[in-house]
Design a protein around this ligand. Sequence first.
Ligand code: SF4
Length: 127
Amino acid sequence: MEIKVRCNEINCHSCCEETEMQLSERDLKRLEKLGYNRSDFSVREDGIYILKNVNGKCFFLKNGKCSVYKYRPLGCKLYPVVWDLERKRATLHDFCPLTNEIDKKVLKRVERILKKHIVEVFGNINI
Ligand code: SF4
């Protein structure tokens, strides 16, 4: 499952800059299968792995493009749909300039997948 957004068309990769994208063990293993070590592309903060930035950009962003696009973390695939921890539901991240192109039905469809992902990332939390 992934959300189709026109990032490449408008040459936008703002969400890949100063990223704090959280990674599940599944994401980490998928990327490690490409030959990377998790310490190459991620940092651990408060027990959670997040993507590493190099010079303010995601480790995987090369020449304005995601170099692991097909294998990118689930959170990247579902962006700009994000999990609102306070409201306990999926929501659109205002930071993305293309959120108005996302159908509300898509948001609903993604919610279950995103919730499962968040539980995988954070462990047994009440969401
Ligand atoms: S993994 Fe790819 S899509 Fe995700 S933040 Fe990095 S460059 Fe962007």
